[in-house]
Each structure stands twice: as structure tokens, then as C-alpha cells.
Design a protein around this ligand. Structure first.
Ligand SMILES: Nc1ncnc2c1ncn2[C@@H]1O[C@H](COP(=O)(O)OP(=O)(O)OP(=O)(O)O)[C@@H](O)[C@H]1O
Length: 308
């Protein structure tokens, strides 16, 4: 390599490590590091590796050396989207934060929530899954009030708060409160699941493909609802999705996880969405970010198929 080529190579390497803008997103040159050194951390992963069935014939390392920090912004929780190919370890990351077995505990490394190592699930973390998690034998009111019931909140108070949450998630108290899950549509059941989680006011909300089973229109309505609720609750949200549009619309920050063993490959900050999902998705700058992420994830999927 002659000196000019060497200089060009160095410059291009330096460039790869510099922040650069892609549509409504900014690709960060350094992954996983805090934006401001002085802020406390909501969630921190320190070189976290998870190997399932260690020592067994089917030993499998799902994530390796995952390191990132999500900061505790004053009066504002961050919305963190997690994208990546299927099987890259997104749910493993989420469930490690939740403290749920068998993902928890990690094989090595540390998972900290508000500066303390996670030991088990706790009331500071609420989870919403793709599968509808309401209890079949409880009506909407009793499903939404369930967590407060477990906390020993008197019936009258818990029903009062539950009715507020039924309305907050866009269901009708008059028409829906006594319905059972089998009498609700998929979107309505996910509204119940969200109310069931948010009523407990967790500071961290963990969502694993919560809208994955919904039709596109319902999904967009749910995204608008979620943005609205999140702005009001100001919790930190971790949101796993396969929909790139959904991640770009909802997130302040996106982590892209590489093929297994998963590690954080890219980190982007995203401008806040200032209009409904349907309108945001029409913006060319929004689509530029979507295309960038789509290309990146397609490349990962291709190399996964090729076994490289
Ligand atoms: N309990 C377990 N025992 C063994 N292997 C597991 C277990 N849970 C997950 N895995 C494996 O770990 C890898 C990562 O799984 P994980 O569910 O975290 O990925 P994901 O990115 O969320 O996948 P998807 O997008 O398909 O939902 C997968 O190969 C999966 O088969």
C-alpha cells in the first residue's frame, strides 16, 4: 500500500467510527457507550454472554459480550428498539433485564438495573409479550386490576384505577369492562395486556413483539397509542420487533443485534416522531432510515443463511 492509499484507508476507517446521519436516524460511531458520562444508568449490560445448556450436547451461545448503557434521562424515559435477524438473541436480552429464567442468570458478565445487579423479576420492570397474556377466566376489569389485587390494594380502589386504565388504553369502560378475553379482538386483548402492565407503573417496560400478531391497521393504531402512553408515563421502554418501520417510528434509540451469538452491531439515535405512524411512514427521511436498517439486517440474514 502506498502512502496515499494508506492515508485513504486510515481516513475511511476513522469515518466508519464517526457518527453519521441517515434520514431521521444518526448512526453512532461507537456502540453501547453512554452519551453523557455523568447520568445514572437505567440498564447496563457489562460483557454479557448467555450460553444455554452449558456442557450439554446442545450447548448454544445465544449472545456474546453484549455491552450497552441506557441512561436515566431527567423526566424522560428513553424508548429503545431492538432489531436483528431471527434467533439473534433479542428476547434473550429482554428476559435477562426482566430476570426471567432460563435466560437469567447470564453465563458471564453483569446485568444492572438502576445500578444494581438483577437478581430476579421485580415491580420496577413490567413485561408485555406477543401472546395475549390475560387470564381467560377473568373479565377485562379483573384482568387489568390483577397486579393491584396481588399488591393487596382494596377492591374499590383497584377497580377505580383499573377503569382509568381501561379508558387510557382506548377501551370503553361501559362496553368492555365485563367482557372476557374470548369476546375481544386481538388488538383489544393487547390493549388489556398493556393496561395490565402499565397500571403498576413500572419504570422499565419490556415489550417482546407486542403487536406481532395484529393486522397492519390495528398495529399502527397501537403504535400511536403506545407513543401517547409512553409520553405520559415516562418509563424506559425496551421494544423487540421484526418491523423496522415500527422500530423507527417508536424508538429514540435502536440497537441492531448481529447473528448468533448476538452482539450489538450498530446503535442509532432517532429523531422523535411528531405525527401519527401512518403519516411518519410517508416521509422520505423516515424511509431512508428504514432502507438503511433493512439493508443491514438483510445482509445479516444472508450471511446467516450462508453460515458465515
Ligand atoms: N431456553 C433455551 N434453550 C436453548 N436455546 C435457546 C433457549 N432460548 C433461546 N434459545 C436459542 O437462543 C437463540 C436466541 O434466541 P432468542 O429467542 O433470544 O432470539 P430472538 O432474536 O428473540 O429470535 P426471534 O426474532 O426469532 O424471536 C436462538 O437460537 C434460540 O433457539
Amino acid at each position: 500500500m502506498n502512502p496515499t492509499e494508506a492515508e485513504a484507508a486510515t481516513a475511511s476507517k476513522a469515518n466508519a467510527n464517526a457518527n453519521h446521519d441517515v434520514g431521521v436516524g444518526r448512526v453512532l460511531g461507537h456502540v453501547g457507550r453512554p452519551d453523557e458520562v455523568s447520568l445514572p444508568h437505567v440498564v447496563e449490560f457489562r460483557s454479557v454472554t448467555k450460553t444455554y445448556n452449558p456442557g450439554g450436547g446442545n450447548e448454544f451461545t445465544a449472545i456474546r459480550d453484549v455491552t450497552f448503557v441506557v441512561q436515566d434521562l431527567v423526566d424522560k424515559g428513553e424508548f429503545v428498539g431492538i432489531l436483528g435477524p431471527s434467533g439473534s438473541g433479542k428476547s434473550t436480552i429482554l428476559r435477562l433485564i426482566a430476570g426471567l429464567r432460563p435466560q437469567f442468570p447470564p453465563t458471564s458478565g453483569e446485568v444492572l438495573v438502576f445500578g444494581r445487579p438483577v437478581e430476579r423479576p421485580g415491580p420496577d420492570r413490567g413485561m408485555v409479550f406477543q401472546d395475549y397474556t390475560s387470564f381467560d377466566h377473568r373479565n377485562v376489569l379483573d384482568n387489568v386490576a390483577f397486579g393491584l389485587e396481588c399488591r393487596g390494594v382494596p377492591r374499590k380502589v383497584r377497580y377505580e384505577v383499573a377503569r382509568e386504565w381501561i379508558a387510557n388504553v382506548g377501551l370503553s369502560v361501559a362496553k368492555d369492562q365485563y367482557k372476557y378475553p374470548h369476546e375481544l379482538s386481538g388488538g383489544m386483548r393487547q390493549r388489556v395486556a398493556i393496561a395490565q402492565t402499565l397500571i403498576l407503573r413500572p419504570r422499565i417496560i419490556l415489550m417482546d413483539e407486542p403487536f406481532g400478531a395484529l393486522d397492519p391497521m390495528t398495529r399502527m393504531n397501537m403504535q400511536d397509542l403506545l407513543i401517547d402512553l409512553w409520553r405520559r408515563t415516562q418509563a424506559t421502554v425496551f421494544f423487540v420487533t421484526h418491523s423496522i418501520e415500527e422500530a423507527v417510528f417508536l424508538s429514540d434509540r435502536i440497537y441492531v443485534v448481529s447473528n448468533s451469538p448476538g452482539t450489538i452491531l450498530r446503535e442509532l439515535t432517532i429523531e422523535p416522531s411528531d405525527r401519527p405512524s401512518k403519516e411518519m411512514q410517508r416521509q422520505p427521511r423516515f424511509q431512508d432510515t428504514v432502507y438503511y436498517l433493512r439493508d443491514l439486517i438483510s445482509q445479516l440474514e444472508e450471511s446467516q443463511r450462508a453460515g458465515t
